[in-house]
Ligand binder design. Structure first.
Ligand SMILES: Cc1cc2nc3c(=O)[nH]c(=O)nc-3n(C[C@H](O)[C@H](O)[C@H](O)COP(=O)(O)OP(=O)(O)OC[C@H]3O[C@@H](n4cnc5c(N)ncnc54)[C@H](O)[C@@H]3O)c2cc1C
Length: 313
């Protein structure tokens, strides 16, 4: 069993923001994530022929100085840029994929990828963390996963679980598609809350994406809920004709089609505080669900946890 200072579960923006601030203050920190890469919902799917699709968060915006500074740093490193074609210069995207912003943050951090935390339990000093790759102990634990998953991991921590129970998150089904030939482009982005496809983006219009046209579409929450348990293949088969209809083209011209199920995609009711902490100060929970539906909210939550741990709050 290996003893660590602060263990963070989740290498999304919240976990990475927390780890970055702790590392800057010299604290020993290890981040665990079940995925093969960092970024969580700030994610990029690669497909045959070097195709890349941002199937989660589409762009980020900054309202706080701290997050704006991070984006400026990422831009200076060539890992982020303004998405001017979207018609809104405030929209910043990772380059060459959304996950580049997370990769930039992850530089120099101790991150264990492909490790699923199965249970956490109070130990004589701190916490015991059971994973599918072994057991660790840590003095302090930060749980930075979506609220419904935090509730499961922290099932024994009744007061925290009660507070998390108020949070609501909506699902989102995502379609990724490319066509035999480039299609006439009616728009680079289209948001329509009344449509079953409430977001469509010409992914390849983002800066730093060369090659074939790639499209990403997101289904609205109600439609996503209704079709959530279909297989990815069935979801793709249902969503492709919807996308083609909005683009005015025929579905048979599709070359690559895939779907992704985001079970906990966007926060609809947030906690209303930057994080949760138990009485001992040895357990924190955070993520976008504390403050809102935007990626910046996740960053704010993780950064606020670190500041609290460091006594800077
Ligand atoms: C379809 C979609 C579109 C979006 N569009 C936008 C947008 O345009 N603009 C915007 O600002 N925001 C958008 N968002 C929201 C944004 O992506 C999130 O707010 C933000 O990325 C959340 O970060 P987080 O760190 O809180 O959580 P996450 O990114 O979910 O990170 C949590 C991490 O925890 C890991 N994890 C979970 N359970 C375990 C476990 N048991 N063991 C180990 N690891 C575990 C996961 O693998 C994941 O990497 C969108 C989200 C989705 C899904």
């Amino acid at each position: 069993m290996t003893q660590i200072g602060t263990a963070i579960i989740g290498a999304g923006l919240a976990g990475l923001a927390c780890a970055t601030a702790l590392r800057e203050s010299g604290q020993s920190t290890v981040v665990f994530d079940k995925s093969r890469g960092v970024g969580g919902r700030l994610s990029t799917r690669r497909a045959e022929g070097d195709l890349r699709f941002d199937h989660g968060a589409q762009f980020v915006t900054a309202r706080t100085h701290g997050f704006a500074a991070l984006l400026r740093e990422s831009e200076a490193a060539g890992q982020a840029a303004a998405w001017k074609d979207s018609g809104d210069a405030e929209r910043i995207v990772g380059v060459p994929g959304m996950n580049a912003i997370a990769k930039h943050m992850a530089t120099g951090l101790d991150i264990r990828l492909g490790v699923t935390v199965t249970a956490v339990e109070r130990a004589p000093i701190g916490w015991r963390i059971d994973t599918d790759r072994g057991t660790w102990t840590c003095e302090r634990l930060v749980v930075a996963v979506p609220a419904p998953q935090a509730k499961v991991l922290l099932a024994e921590e009744k007061p925290l679980v009660q507070e998390i129970a108020a949070v609501r998150m909506a699902p989102c089904l995502a379609l990724m598609a490319t066509f035999e030939e480039d299609v006439p482009v009616p728009f680079c982005t289209r948001r329509d809350p009344q449509d079953d496809l409430d977001w469509i983006a010409l992914n390849s219009s983002k800066p730093g994406r060369d090659g074939a046209q790639t499209w990403v579409a997101h289904a609205a929450p109600d439609w996503s809920r209704k079709n959530l348990e279909e297989t990815p293949e069935e979801i793709a088969a249902l969503m492709l004709p919807m996308l083609c209809d909005r683009l005015g083209i025929h579905p048979t011209s599709a070359r690559h089609v895939a779907a992704h199920r985001w079970r906990f995609a966007r926060v609809t009711t947030a906690l209303g505080a930057p994080f949760l902490r138990d009485g001992s100060g040895k357990l924190y929970a955070g993520g976008d669900w504390c403050l809102g539906a935007r990626a910046e909210n996740a960053w704010e939550s993780g950064d606020a946890i670190a500041r609290d741990i460091l006594g800077l709050a």
